[in-house]
Ligand binder design. Structure first.
Ligand code: NAP
Ligand code: G3H
Length: 485
């Protein structure tokens, strides 16, 4: 209170350097605005290159000791971390809702999914075993040679996460990296940093040895290249846009890189699809969290014999979506910022100008866009190819399955695809033809369950995530040969 006036003090969050919460020596902070409260909800540190050096140095100092703990001991730390997150679930879900505008139920699901993911990662690592090989299995080999293959950590892993799953996609990198015996430098998305900090507060409460993880906040455009090119980084696990991912792959030299990037997932609807089931999956797939999911349905390729019927079923479902504040449990919430909303609006306007039929939507209030459905979209429209990351779904009518597969594959992206048909042979044939990391039959594209491999091809990624594969990608094989005679 100053002179009778209440002064709102916005919390300034510290970065986490080797077990210590500290302000940056830069004395610079970045304001974080809530995308739907439209006010600053906190500020985070803008760390310096010198601080990056120190954090990476301490990560290396403790890495060997961390790797020398038994798997069970490492797992106990991670289980405690998951338990701390679980105890704080509502607070963390509120942070997700505030900072990235996910509705509370979905935010809470993200946090609980993370608790499960960490516990599962511990169990998976505990149950992964090495291998032994006989030396006489190759011409000229000898049974007196026995190969023992174990997995060893890579060193220090750089984990860079996107805004849209600020808790889950961060932990999905940190947990396998630590279980594999690495130390971690965690750089959250700037819009998502407060969630990352709160998750690492839970990590701190779990009592990990200092230096095992540092959380460095700051704009990717300022410290990203320095982190990526740093000699002390031994592996990078990145999730984000294709543009940033491609930039990272140009900057990083001779170190393993896993990239999970953008998508343009098609829903291919065949002539004999169950259209009610199809429509429900398409609508929840396209519009959940306002389409801000890499795995959102981002185009429909429908056989023109059933296109009118499908559109008739989609329209009321889209119009029944609740639009507004995430605090009121709405399906369609404000996009992450005005720039994102302008981008989506531009794609809609371009399509309508070029002759697409607007079935519903295209109204706007700031960064809150109504769910928009466009029919008769053609290849000359940007919306046919570009990832909008917003609540708009283009429908492209096709004459055959072959044409659907051809258009699906003409995209630069190849994350997931869905096929809707009641004929399993037809589903399998389309699945064989589509270039994507995953093909879903009669279901919407989706990353989970998190024990499944998750990958994109072409511009959608490099390498594979999912709990088991992440542990593999964050470790390498080490062969010891016993020469018996
Ligand atoms: P983004 O803008 O590419 O940012 C992702 C992360 O990269 C952020 O932490 C960002 O930091 C950082 N970054 C920016 N420039 C960097 C640089 N030069 N070096 C190193 N890091 C840098 O992506 P986003 O907007 O957060 O997320 C949306 C995109 O991610 C969509 O395209 C979506 O499809 C994709 N995504 C893919 C998956 C998947 O698993 N395939 C999952 C989720 C999201 P700042 O925030 O500080 O800029
Ligand atoms: O945004 C990209 C996420 O990996 C999507 O995850 O399919 O569970 O929503 P999800």
């Amino acid at each position: 209170m100053a002179g009778g006036i209440v002064v709102d003090v916005v919390k300034s969050y510290q970065a986490y350097f080797a077990g210590q919460w500290q302000n940056s020596e830069s004395k610079e902070t970045l304001d974080i605005r809530s995308p739907w409260r439209h006010e600053v909800i906190g500020s985070v540190q803008s760390v310096t290159k010198n601080e990056v050096d120190k954090a990476i140095e301490s990560a290396h100092e403790v890495q060997e000791d961390w790797a020398n703990l038994s798997l069970t001991q490492r797992g106990q730390y991670l289980d405690r971390w998951a338990d701390e997150i679980n105890k704080d679930v509502n607070n963390l879900a509120m942070a997700v809702m505030d900072e990235v505008g996910k509705n509370f139920d979905d935010a809470k699901k993200e946090v609980l999914r993370t608790v499960d993911l960490i516990h599962y990662t511990v169990q998976e690592a505990l149950h992964m075993n090495g291998q032994s090989m006989r030396g006489d299995g190759f011409p000229g080999g000898s049974k007196d040679k026995v190969g023992i293959i174990t997995r060893v950590p890579l060193g220090t892993v750089l984990a860079i996460s996107p805004f849209n799953y600020p808790i889950n996609l961060s932990a999905a990198k940190i947990a396998p990296a630590l279980m594999a015996g690495n130390t971690v430098i965690f750089k959250p998305a700037t819009q998502g940093s407060i969630c990352g900090i709160k998750m690492i507060e839970a990590f701190d409460r779990a009592g990990f040895p200092a230096g095992v993880l540092s959380l460095l906040t700051g704009r990717g455009s300022i410290i990203g290249d320095y982190l990526t090119e740093h000699q002390g980084i031994n592996m990078i696990s990145f999730t984000g846009s294709t543009k940033t991912g491609q930039h990272l792959s140009e900057k990083s030299i001779m170190i393993p890189l896993v990239l999970e990037l953008g998508g343009k997932d098609p829903a291919i609807v065949c002539e004999n699809a169950d259209l009610d089931r199809t429509a429900k999956n398409i609508v929840s797939g396209a519009y959940a969290y306002s389409g801000q999911r890499c795995t959102a349905v981002k185009r429909v390729l429908v056989n023109d014999k059933v296109a009118d019927q499908l559109v008739e079923k989609l329209e009321p479902l889209v119009e029944s979506l609740k639009v507004g504040s995430p605090a009121e449990g709405n399906d369609i919430v404000p996009l992450i910022d005005d720039k994102a909303a302008d981008f989506v609006q531009g794609l809609i306007d371009d399509a309508v100008t070029k002759g697409a039929t607007l079935i519903t939507g295209s109204t706007r209030n700031g960064n809150l866009l109504a769910p928009t459905l466009l029919d008769n979209v053609t290849p000359d429209m940007d919306i046919a190819w570009v990832e909008p990351f917003g609540p708009v779904l283009p429908i492209i009518r096709v004459h055959s399955n072959e044409e659907a597969v051809k258009i699906a594959n003409e995209s630069d992206f190849g994350l997931q695809a869905s096929v809707f048909t009641q004929d399993i042979d037809e589903a399998l044939e389309i699945s064989r033809g589509v270039e994507a990391g995953t093909v879903q039959v009669n279901g919407r594209p989706s990353r989970g369950p998190d024990n499944f491999p998750f990958l994109g091809v072409k511009a959608s990624g490099l390498g594979t995530q999912g709990v088991h594969n992440s542990i593999l990608s964050m470790s390498r094989e080490k062969l010891t040969v016993l020469n018996l005679k």
